[in-house]
Write a protein that binds this ligand. Structure first.
Ligand code: KG4
Ligand code: ZN
Length: 355
């Protein structure tokens, strides 16, 4: 099914604690990208409280959609389809986005498109490049996900590996807490690590010499905890947590995470034979990670595209992926439900075809 000429896509994102809407034209140009963050509501709880998130989405979703249309200078009648993140995420949060999207699609008589939030994080690289980038290896490294994909096309992703416990960003945040640094931990650890010795403590790199493409960061987190506060039952006291010791632990931890991420990325490129690597998610802001991704790309002589910062954190513009599905007639039925858990199949197998 050909999307009608001149029509625009409205994308909606509410999978976690960001209420977002964006208007995107057929050339994948982002005409507006509105994000209302809820960080201030969850900060004092040290993490996202699902019930608070759902209520905040409810309050914000309509003003956010309105603002996205206003900034794009578009009317509801300019819309040709509604794309919405339906999985994975928090069930209550996803439902607010999906219900709004369904209602608009029904009232306007236009198609509904279901978006996999994590795959959209990879599609965000498309905006940085301004051209088609597939096939590729896709890597999402954020507070919630550490997923490697073989992206055969923009709508055919195979999950190659993911974390068996904490996501990489989550590990940064938890280790920062152990070291007495502020939230979010990633940027704090990065700054402190500049004065530290990355070889001060040899922390574990889980599965690094294993054929599987999965990650595990919880053992590393515990190792940092023991190095900082002492091993339970051990007689030896830990070294005092002086600023230099904190810097050394931060640098050693960062080196271990980046080694794991780069090692698996390298294996994924080797295994798939892909010549393009697409990276998204908040941890992609890390200088050491970016530097080593660059080195990996030159060593393997492949193209590396990292999503722009604006499109790395949760946003609706990455729902531009909806255009790829729309152009292929991969539309969703109006009785579509959210799928909070991660689905290991590719998009093409999951989305109902148009009728
Ligand atoms: O993608 P993101 O903004 O949000 C989601 O998780 O969806 O990722 C946030 C994560 C946090 O865990 C934060 O600590 C981490 O990205 N992060 C970093 C850096 N900047 C943000 N981790 C390491 N180094 C950084 N410079
Ligand atoms: Zn995300």
């Amino acid at each position: 099914m050909e999307p009608p000429a001149g029509k625009l896509l409205l994308a909606i994102e509410s999978s976690c604690d960001e209420t977002a809407a964006a208007v995107i034209n057929r050339n994948r140009q982002v005409l507006s990208n509105v994000v209302a963050t809820q960080h201030e509501l969850h900060e004092r709880f040290g993490g996202v409280v699902p019930e608070i998130a759902s209520r905040a989405h409810l309050e914000r979703i309509l003003p956010v959609i309105d603002e996205a249309l206003r900034q794009a200078n578009a009317a509801l009648s300019d819309l040709g389809a509604i794309a919405v993140a339906t999985h994975p995420g928090l069930v209550g949060s996803l439902l607010v986005g999906l219900t709004s999207a369904k209602t608009l699609a029904l009232v306007l008589g236009i198609p509904l498109i279901s978006i996999n939030h994590i795959e959209a994080h990879i599609y965000a690289c498309r905006m940085a490049a301004g051209r088609d980038l597939f096939p590729a290896v896709g890597f999402v490294v954020s507070g919630g996900h550490s997923n490697l994909y073989d992206c055969r096309s923009p709508v055919d992703f195979e999950l190659l590996g993911s974390t068996t416990d904490d996501a990489a960003g989550e590990a940064f945040d938890k280790v920062a807490q152990i070291l007495g640094l502020d939230y979010p931990g990633g940027p704090q650890i990065e700054v402190v690590a500049r004065n530290g010795d990355p070889q001060a403590v040899k922390f574990p790199r889980a599965f690094l010499h294993d054929a599987r493409l999965d990650f595990s960061f919880s053992g590393l987190k515990t190792a940092v905890l023991y190095a900082a506060k002492g091993t339970p039952g051990a007689r030896a006291q830990p070294l005092p947590l002086t600023p230099q010791r904190v810097a050394d632990l931060a640098a050693s931890f960062q080196a271990a995470v980046v080694d794991s991420l780069i090692g698996k990325c390298d294996q994924a490129l080797k295994q798939t034979g892909r010549r393009t690597l697409l990276v998204g998610g908040g941890v992609a802001a890390n200088t050491l990670f970016r530097q080593q991704l660059g080195e990996l790309a030159s060593r393997r002589k492949i193209e590396l595209v990292i999503a722009e910062r604006e499109f790395c954190t949760d946003n609706a513009a990455m729902g531009a992926l909806g255009w790829e599905l729309w152009e292929r007639g991969m539309l969703a039925p109006l009785d579509l439900d959210v799928k909070p858990g991660l689905v290991r199949k590719s998009s093409s197998e999951r989305v109902a075809s148009s009728n």
